[in-house]
Design a protein around this ligand. Structure first.
Ligand SMILES: Cc1ncc(COP(=O)(O)O)c(C=O)c1O
Length: 430
């Protein structure tokens, strides 16, 4: 393997794993376009080996098995890296619906929804999502990230308080930063910590922000407890159901459906990039909230609407997922089988209770060595480094889908077992 002109031996020797992304955020420099001193050297030499695990080229669809480019060649892999939880991204009916929309409307919406990019298909999806979730209204965003960012920054003002779980997705935190509101954090999933945070801001207008499933840990929010605390402080609640929408609950209405708390959460947000297998975001709630947001969420009002071809696909995905609840059942069966087998191998999957599971490694150097070995053996899992997770929780993240067969999962488990144990020994003897 050659990375940035270095041989395999060179890249492995140069890899120190001591510096991380966090080390280049601050630093004196005259030109904002020039990275801080040492960055390019670090990027080229020190982490070239680790970096080659990221941004892999996929050579096919995000199916249970796919092909990626690895070490300069196509590499068939078992795919535990995609969010295609229900296996609908490549469903023939979805592709047919997308093709129909493509032929009728062309590729792009060619305008912001406010001015010119809203087709009847967009309106239909808004209405369908609102009805599906039992809300008065819903609005669409051209990205999930933009939806969270626009919603939080569009609703909160300088004197308000955003109270976020400290494992919240960056899109939520960035939305709060953009709004210039007060940003408070509470310890992950800890009702006592939320209570303390809300108590410190009594009398202020507060929004408690939680996620259905936390995207790195794969655990559910402790909804009942957190909501009870928020209610006791008369704080409003917002839920990000990015990873849970369509894949959780009897009808697919997310983690809030599982826990029976939908009517206690006035505003729900989700993405179309995970179980929907497409792209975009939405927020659904009271008509007054959505009416207001349409004017104040900048990522909505000042950005091109979703391509109609994507909207056509999403509508079909919702129809198929509703018609075939067995997809959700398969997903959950696969998730609990895979997790229990991993735990049987002695792999730490943290607090995961879902189809997202960390395989905790705990240090960057080891993660990098294991990551390459897994890939060479044909298993594709995502390396997750600090600051996405705390440094002592550096891990691989595996996402199981409904389309993985038992044979896929068993082969993946064999690869994990063959890789983790010998690499451990090798690491210990270095
Ligand atoms: C919890 C959460 N919210 C929001 C987003 C942003 O969604 P998208 O990838 O659709 O932009 C993500 C993305 O992974 C996420 O995990």
């Amino acid at each position: 393997m050659h990375v940035n002109g270095q041989s395999q031996a060179e890249v492995e020797t140069n890899f120190s794993g001591t510096l991380g992304l966090g080390d280049f955020v601050v630093g004196e420099r005259k030109d904002p376009l020039a990275p801080p001193a040492g960055f390019m050297e670090w990027r080229r030499k020190e982490i070239a080996w680790a970096a080659s695990l990221y941004e892999p080229d996929m050579l096919g669809a995000a199916d249970a098995r796919t092909t990626i480019q690895y070490e300069g060649k196509p590499k068939p892999v078992i795919n535990l890296c995609s969010y295609n939880y229900l296996g609908l991204a490549n469903h023939p009916e979805v592709i047919a619906a997308a093709t129909e929309a493509l032929h009728k409307y062309g590729v792009g919406a060619c305008g912001s929804p406010m001015l010119s990019g809203m087709t009847d298909l967009h309106r239909q999806l808004e209405r369908t999502m609102a009805d599906f979730l039992g809300r008065e209204d819903a609005m669409l965003f051209n990205s999930g990230f933009g939806g969270a960012l626009g919603t939080i920054s569009g609703l909160l003002r300088k004197n308000d308080v955003a109270t976020l779980d400290n494992r919240s997705h960056l899109s939520l935190r960035d939305g709060a930063v953009l709004s210039r509101c007060r940003l408070d954090r509470f310890e992950h999933n800890d009702p006592a910590s939320l209570d303390a945070a809300l108590s410190r801001r009594q009398g202020r207008s507060r929004l408690v922000i939680i996620e259905g499933i936390y995207s790195m840990e794969g655990d559910f929010a402790r909804m009942e407890d957190l909501i009870r605390v928020a209610e006791s402080h008369q704080a409003s609640i917002f839920i990000d159901e990015a990873h849970s929408m369509l894949a959780c609950g009897e009808n697919g209405r997310g983690a809030a459906e599982i826990f029976g708390v939908e009517d206690r959460i006035p505003l729900v947000y989700g993405t179309f990039s995970k179980a929907f297998g497409a792209l975009g975001g939405f927020v659904a709630g009271a008509r007054s909230t959505i009416d207001y947001l349409r004017l104040y969420a900048h990522s909505y009002a000042y950005s091109c609407a979703l391509p109609p071809v994507v909207v056509g696909a999403i509508l079909k995905v919702l129809e198929v997922a509703t018609r075939e609840p067995q997809r959700r059942e398969r997903l959950w069966e696969n998730a609990s089988y895979f997790r229990s087998q991993l735990n049987g191998l002695g792999i730490d999957t943290g607090e995961s209770a879902t189809y997202i599971m960390p395989l905790v490694v705990g240090d960057r150097d080891r993660m990098c060595r294991l990551g390459h070995e897994l890939r060479r053996r044909g298993l594709w899992v995502a390396p997750v480094d600090y600051p996405a997770v705390p440094e002592d929780r550096i891990c691989f993240r595996a996402c199981v889908t409904a389309d993985h067969t038992r044979a896929d999962l068993d082969e993946a488990l064999n690869i994990v077992s063959d890789t983790f144990a010998p690499a451990e020994l090798q690491h210990a003897s270095v």
